[in-house]
Design a protein around this ligand. Sequence first.
Ligand code: PLP
Length: 372
Amino acid sequence: FGEQAVFDFSLGNPVMEPPDQFKYELIKYVNSAEAGKHRYMHNAGFLESRQAVADRLTKLEGVKNLTAEHVIMTCGAGGGLNVTLKSILNRGENVIFFAPYFVEYLFYVTNHGGKCKVVQTRPDFDLDLDRLEKAINKKTRAILYNSPNNPTGKIYSEKTMRDLGRLLRAKQKEFSTTIYLISDEPYRELIYDRQSYPGTFPFYANSIVVGSHSKDLSLAGERIGSIAVHPRAKDAAQLIGAMTFCNRTLGFVNAPAIMQRVVSRLQGVKIDVAQYERKRNRLCDGLQAIGYHLDRPDGAFYAFPRSPIPDDTTFVKKLAADARVLAVPGTGFGRKGHFRLAYCVDDATIEGALPGFEKVFRDLKPTARRRA
Ligand code: PLP
């Protein structure tokens, strides 16, 4: 049909260009006289970059004694999560995560001999701590969560995080084990409606924060992120030693050198988040006006509306066939009856797709449509 006539919401690949400061710092660094820019380095990354991440997280998380020693530079959050799981998992141990989930978690966990245990969230996508409590046992090594969430855009509240921390402390005591809380946060800076992000470290000591600049600086192809270990995590030094080793032996060897240097000068800088907020508003308002049901996303750049018919896969195929709109069925994220739209797209894609969304909705017989 030609690119202009197909409206693709299927991938979380940011449409926005990196901020101008990125280009400025990149050119400045590349042209600098510094020798050895392209050599190997310490496996955890450059001290300067690790310190910059530690300084930023100290401010954001309000935690004491977080230093460069607690930070490892990684090949994005994907690299950081694999390094973390490789470092903490013994074969056959469980990692619990929440549905709907980021599909790669299934592979990241099994890559390192772990077993996935999926816990459904509540209908509003908040964490269901009663279900989580029942799922934790002595084989549970980690809880992996993602906020703002892909695919729902949900941010877990401070109260949810406090209750989660309390539950994990009780469970560690009950089973005499160490349970890590891993926060996967590539969307941390993409937050709307002046909401705030409560953080992870204030609520639980055995926690690990995995960050990324794929989305906040729009550097997804450059592969740059970080791991930070809570300074009071059990055996923190040994854990960081294991992570440093795994950062090398998993095959990445180190995070890209130039990107480490550049992002160390850009901590706290981000793309214009208001642009994503505007896209969210236009898409969600448009869908709701047609009659689609959705929880307005708090952050990230995904919406997860209810499918107007129970079978989300059939609905997504119908969208593609009748309206040339590409989406992903909720079933793929472990939650039937929904579909995901990645709205990190041009405005023209949103505007072009809305009439198609309307046509598909109107063409469904009212008796076939689900009620609110
Ligand atoms: N975690 C989640 C929830 C994601 O959505 C993504 C990418 O889309 C990643 C991790 C991987 O991000 P990165 O590019 O930093 O490896």
